[in-house]
Design a protein around this ligand. Sequence first.
Ligand SMILES: Cc1cc2nc3c(=O)[nH]c(=O)nc-3n(C[C@H](O)[C@H](O)[C@H](O)COP(=O)(O)OP(=O)(O)OC[C@H]3O[C@@H](n4cnc5c(N)ncnc54)[C@H](O)[C@@H]3O)c2cc1C
Length: 397
Amino acid sequence: MPEHVIVGGGIAGFSALDKLVEEGERDVLLVSREKYPLYNRVDLKKFPKTSMEVQDLLMKKPGDYPEEVQILLNTEVEGLDTEEKEIVTEGGEFSYENLVLAVGGRPREIPAENNSLEQIHYLWTLDQARRLKNVARGAEEPVVIGGGLLGIDLASIFSRTGSEPIYLIREDAWWEKGLCEPGSRLVEEAMEKDGVEVVHGEEVQRFLEEDGNLVGVETQKGNRYSCDVAGVAVGLELNTELAEEAGIETGRGLVADEKLETSTDNIYAAGDVAEYRDVILEERRIDGSWDGSMSQGKTVGANMAGEDKVYRNVSVYTVDHFGLNIMSVGDAERKDDREVFFHREGKEYVQVNVKDGQVVGGVIVGRADLLAELKSGIEEGKALEDVELSVELQKCV
Ligand SMILES: Cc1cc2nc3c(=O)[nH]c(=O)nc-3n(C[C@H](O)[C@H](O)[C@H](O)COP(=O)(O)OP(=O)(O)OC[C@H]3O[C@@H](n4cnc5c(N)ncnc54)[C@H](O)[C@@H]3O)c2cc1C
């Protein structure tokens, strides 16, 4: 019986494994549905548009670990019995003393007619990225759907592989959930300069097909756009089912405390799927970044090995596309209880989000020099006037 079981072979799961091994633990089992060991999911956005090969993405191999550590790839955990303390796979059951669910998410399927045509692509797994790489260069009229941080990855892929995509965004501006309007415009101007046609207020209702092939999309306004390939990024569905069926508390993700322990003793959550208590913001949140997932995996690994660590981290999510370096820091979403301030000058943009007088997040475009100050301002819970950003901020409406 392995003492420590990790479900999920992404950065959160492998970071938990690394930490356990570093702490001298050997009685560890990691189970992952994917056939590859850890690979760089962030670099999947580069893979289809460059000469990168699968080998360049792989970050681990089973031989990297001590012999006693077991890694089961290509294996789905189908059930979890918290009374018996065991996980169930097709090949059998495994007992645990401590368990971490680092099961991440999957792209939300677009709720539109004919959404299973072969030419419709999502980008979350290496296999999906390989499929996209096979078609991106040959795409003549690609359409991208979804105005967020993963949608722009798809727009960049098509624009860099020789076509001029149409980018359909349901909202009035790109990444409206995060940016003030001047920030969205800056990014859209850069996309348009590179040949991307950005169209707002369009929600795809139907994929049009001829002889089983994609030929266009139709929106709720009745507008039609012809296309031969579609890239879709309309959100992430978190893999909460396993926990839910086992009676573990879930919200949008797996509810966890500040030590990342779920409502069931000795079961932890880490990575995208964790809806944890953030001790900096003093609220429950889902981080959704590579950096955050890695750091959560390490915290959980330490706690499984017997430490008593609180997770405390300000993550940074970086996007480099269309000649812009966009960094989202901490909790950058524009929520009702936040006051948001911004500064834009040419291709530079700085945004700061404040909650109850305390800086909690922000976005920086083209001013990487301000990252350290903003990040430490968030970490230390500073007031806006105490964060020295040397730009004149105005309130975002
Ligand atoms: C194209 C792309 C670009 C991105 N760009 C950035 C970026 O610029 N910056 C940034 O910070 N983040 C970025 N991200 C997000 C970042 O990659 C994720 O936040 C991070 O990888 C989440 O890691 P995770 O380990 O929590 O989950 P995942 O990486 O999703 O791993 C979960 C693993 O669990 C497995 N699993 C799920 N259920 C089961 C089960 N029942 N049994 C067995 N195994 C199971 C899955 O197969 C998967 O291997 C990007 C993501 C993508 C796809």
